[in-house]
Design a protein around this ligand. Structure first.
Ligand SMILES: NC(=O)c1ccc[n+]([C@@H]2O[C@H](COP(=O)([O-])OP(=O)(O)OC[C@H]3O[C@@H](n4cnc5c(N)ncnc54)[C@H](OP(=O)(O)O)[C@@H]3O)[C@@H](O)[C@H]2O)c1
Length: 285
């Protein structure tokens, strides 16, 4: 633990799967901490007023869900943002919201880093997130020890917008891979082959991945406890499709996976893990 008197005060917004675990690590490290979430939490550091939480902090970290959450919270804390403050966005948002945060922070004289991440519930619990960070190099260097409290790797990328594009396009592979794994698992089961044998066949193949090793057993077991929720992967897919539209491209793979996710979401499964895509075949039963 560092000397708390040397650490800047921090406010964490969004105590969901990732933000709650990030806040725990920051508290353990000794950062003076206030936390805020839309629904109250039983934490000593919880502050019910978002503006008070932001006003108390030099570093304001957002682990919020999506575009509406980030834009709403930004407006609620806007008057606390200015010189001497740094806003760090960790939420996966769309391109337009990334540019909005860059421009508004510049107008307010507030430093800004866009730092979406890869790594799920387990990585967050192990302080092993990987941040894709876009922003001024000197801001990143100043915040490096802070970011290292919750991460195992920090990847500097060319710009805040590039961080969003890289986050979304890597998630595109994750969503599409789970869609493919779900189809493959269902087809192997329909042919009397066990999930263990399927995974054993995948592992020496070039298509092997940590994702396959995680999701084939959990899908086969019907374990859909959220590491990354379906509703969050669905909103990311929408932001991916928006990226495609901005580039005047058609991306039919992710468009179809988004449609399958929308169907499950409409059935009330949004807070389950996104691998609940495996249930899509039940619609044809
Ligand atoms: N989980 C992962 O594996 C993972 C991996 C990479 C990136 N991410 C990204 O990281 C971010 C956080 O992920 P997560 O898994 O921790 O999400 P989560 O569990 O769904 O938590 C989302 C947080 O946002 C808050 N929220 C939702 N809607 C809101 C609104 N309209 N206004 C204000 N607050 C709102 C929730 O508040 P309450 O709960 O208090 O209502 C909660 O604290 C997301 O952008 C996600 O895409 C997640």
């Amino acid at each position: 633990m560092s000397d708390p008197s040397l650490l800047p005060p921090v406010a964490v917004f969004g105590l969901g799967i990732i933000g709650s675990r990030a806040a725990d690590h920051l508290a353990t490290e000794g950062y003076p901490l206030r936390t805020w979430s839309r629904s109250a939490r039983e934490r000593d550091d919880f502050e019910a007023d978002p503006l008070a939480a932001a006003s108390s902090a030099d570093l304001i970290a957002l682990y919020l869900k999506d575009v509406p959450a980030v834009r709403d919270v930004f407006e609620r804390i806007r008057s606390a943002l200015g010189s001497g403050k740094t806003l760090i966005n960790h939420a996966t948002v769309d391109h337009a919201t990334t540019e909005f945060l860059v421009e508004e922070c510049a107008k307010l004289g507030c430093d800004f880093l866009n730092a979406p991440f890869t790594g799920s519930k387990v990585a967050a619990g192990n302080a092993a997130l990987v941040y894709y960070v876009g922003g001024k190099a000197e801001t990143l260097e100043r915040l490096r020890p802070f970011l290292e409290t919750t991460s195992s790797q920090i990847m500097e990328v060319p710009s805040p917008a590039a961080a969003t594009v890289l986050k979304l396009t890597t998630n595109l592979i994750t969503a599409s891979t789970v869609q493919a794994l779900a189809e493959g698992l269902k087809l192997t089961q329909a042919n009397g082959i066990s999930p263990e044998t399927y995974l054993a066949a995948i592992n020496p193949n070039a298509c092997a991945s940590a994702l396959a090793s995680m999701k084939v057993p959990s899908m086969a077991a019907g374990d859909f406890e959220a590491h990354f929720s379906l509703s969050n992967m669905l909103k990311d897919a929408r932001y991916m499709l928006d990226l495609a539209e901005r580039a005047d491209l058609e991306t039919p793979g992710i468009a179809n996976t988004a449609e399958q996710m929308q169907r499950r979401n409409d059935l009330g499964e949004g807070e389950e893990d996104f691998s609940i895509l495996f249930r899509q075949f039940e619609l044809k039963a």
